[in-house]
Design a protein around this ligand. Structure first.
Ligand code: 5AD
Ligand code: SF4
Length: 475
């Protein structure tokens, strides 16, 4: 399996089983699928339910309530969840009191269909309705089925302190905004997660400060399109409350970077059409803002980008890459690529390969186009690239990326990086792993190094996915 595939599956589908928080309470078993935002939402759900006496468990068999936080981005993500629901329904036959609920994007997309037609679940809750979960659970206890898929223009869960699940105690996500207004033609997200809205910057800084006090050393600011974060200013640009500060993404990044010099700041996801020089300048100014940008390109061909409604051309994208390199020559860049979008010709696909060759990404998430119901592409274009051809194009993209990742890692050999230690290596208890500012995973001897500390590590060997290092000094 290629490294991309492993990471892709980690990100897009692998279930996460969560730790027990306290004993003796009702038991919640929660699995999360899809993007980091879903994992972050699960921590909000666990927080809401912990106030109602639910403790999370890793063991589904002892659960009173099973919740799946789901993803609709590609058809195979939904299929995985359906298989899990069938599995839990078999368990329910032996334990009729077991409640099963679907949260997240699939809940929003399929709404009561999951209850009525498919009879797979008791509870369906969309991404903006998690505060209603306790009431919905009550309804199910009274023998009814319960649905709330209302989307909101305001909900950001700003006041809820997430229960950190499956945490390494070192790195944490902070959700800074919700929804997406971009309407990329392939994407179901604007339909499942609703309109874009930003969270109060004070609550974000407060959460970062709290995490730092608790010993965390890295926060990742999350949003579908972080560059359109805005506070106290309307979409048209009018100031809402003249007595209060206006905050854009660069401003927010700076505020979080100022929380503590030993708190690293990352963010995801940037949009090429909105990423400003001001953000790049802020990144360059603060050592603790990691030098890593995830900048999804989707395609290297301007006509395809137009059909995708991405709002930029190949030239614009490459000019953004130049800007990143100008301000931060050491910045790593990763991307998302879709193979076989509607009407994609051989030449258009070749443009994607040539762009990747030109940029030399450190890392990429690569997908075959999967038509999603209701999206602009579904209504406007034919999904006309044959499956076999999509697969072949995807394989070419992956092969090229693996070469590029390996080349990038080889170029790092002999260099020394500051690494934040995140935990024990999966392969050996005698090794630790962490990441450098550029988000490359480094593995090195454990010695007496503490998890959560910073160490200087020299890269001495590599695969396309990992740098093997020698510890030079502790910090
Ligand atoms: N088919 C394939 N990939 C998709 N993505 C979003 N929608 C689709 C789709 N319908 C990819 C994009 C996006 C990433 C999160 O998922 O590359 O950036
Ligand atoms: Fe989907 Fe585009 Fe919004 Fe990303 S920016 S969530 S790809 S619509």
């Amino acid at each position: 399996m290629s490294s991309n595939k492993v990471l892709d599956e980690q990100r897009q589908g692998e279930a996460t089983m969560l730790d027990t928080i306290e004993k003796g309470a009702k038991k919640l078993y929660l699995e999360s699928y899809g993007c980091q935002m879903n994992f972050s939402d699960s921590e909000i759900v666990a927080s809401i339910l912990s106030e109602r006496g639910y403790a999370t468990t890793r063991n589904a068999e002892e659960a009173d309530l099973v919740l799946l936080n789901t993803c609709s981005i590609r058809d195979n993500a939904e299929q995985k969840v359906r298989n899990r629901l069938t599995h839990f329904n078999a368990a329910k036959r032996k334990k009729p009191d077991l409640m099963i609920g679907v949260l997240g994007c699939m809940a929003e997309r399929l709404k009561s269909k999951l209850l009525e037609e498919e009879k797979l679940v008791d509870i369906v809750v969309g991404p903006d309705a998690y505060r209603d979960l306790p009431a919905l659970i009550e309804e199910v206890s009274d023998g009814r089925k319960a649905v709330n898929v209302l989307l909101s223009r305001e909900e950001t869960y700003a006041d809820i302190s997430p229960v950190r699940l499956n945490s390494n105690g070192v790195t944490a996500f902070i959700s800074i905004m919700r929804g997406c207004d971009n309407m990329c033609s392939f994407c179901v997200v604007p339909f499942t997660r609703g309109r874009e809205r930003s969270r109060d910057p004070e609550s974000i800084v407060h959460e970062a400060r709290y995490l730092h006090q608790e010993g965390y050393r890295e926060v990742t600011l999350l949003g579908q399109n972080v560059d359109s974060y805005r506070w106290n200013v309307s979409k048209k640009g009018d100031v809402i409350d003249p007595d209060k500060e206006v905050v854009n993404f660069a401003g927010l990044l700076e505020k979080v970077a100022q929380v503590a010099p030993d708190l690293r700041v990352r963010f995801s996801t940037s949009h090429p059409k909105d990423m400003t020089d001001e953000v790049l300048q802020t990144m360059a100014r603060y050592e603790n803002i990691c030098k890593y940008i995830h900048l999804p390109v989707q395609s290297g061909n301007t006509d395809v980008l137009k059909r995708m409604n991405r709002g930029y051309s190949r030239e614009w994208y490459l000019q953004r890459i130049d800007a990143i390199r100008r301000y931060m020559p050491d910045c790593a860049i990763s991307t998302d690529v879709i193979a076989g979008f509607c009407g994609e010709t051989d030449d258009e696909h070749a443009d994607t390969l040539s762009l990747m060759e030109e940029v030399q990404y450190e890392f990429a998430y690569m997908f075959k186009y999967s038509e999603r119901p209701k999206t602009l592409a579904e209504r406007k274009y034919q999904d006309d690239v044959a499956e076999e051809l999509k697969q072949r194009r995807l394989s070419e993209i992956i092969e090229l990326q693996n070469k590029s990742s390996l080349r990038r890692n080889k170029a790092a050999l002999g260099k020394t990086f500051e690494v934040l230690v995140e935990g024990l290596s999966k392969k050996s208890d005698e090794k630790l792993y962490g990441r450098n500012s550029q988000n490359a995973v480094m593995v090195f001897d454990r010695g007496d190094i503490e998890i959560g500390s910073y160490v200087m590590v020299k890269a001495v060997d590599c695969t396309s996915a990992t740098l093997i290092g020698e510890v030079i000094s502790k910090k």
